[in-house]
Design a protein around this ligand. Structure first.
Ligand SMILES: [Zn+2]
Length: 83
């Protein structure tokens, strides 16, 4: 039976957490929300076809200007039901 040693050193643990946080920050700066037919980071309008692709999540689309990966947040469904 082999015993695997896990790094239990708090400093080592903190270092890996910092590394992950850095990666998350890196990822966050690598994406941009696509809204109203344009990129919300650099405010450059994209081609309608591109915007549709982002909206349908059919492909990974990058902003032509800032090269960020675009994602689309669907607008909350408007409550048209009258109760
Ligand atoms: Zn952009």
């Amino acid at each position: 039976m082999t015993t695997r040693k896990h790094p239990r050193d708090p400093e080592e643990l903190e270092a890996s957490i910092a590394l992950y946080e850095g990666k998350i920050a890196e990822l966050e700066s690598a994406v941009a929300e696509a809204k109203d037919g344009g990129c919300t980071v650099c405010h450059v309008r994209m081609r309608p076809q591109m915007f549709n692709e982002v909206r349908r999540n059919e492909a990974v689309v990058q902003c032509e200007n800032c090269q960020r990966i675009l994602y689309y947040v669907p607008a909350p469904a408007s409550q048209s039901q009258a109760s």
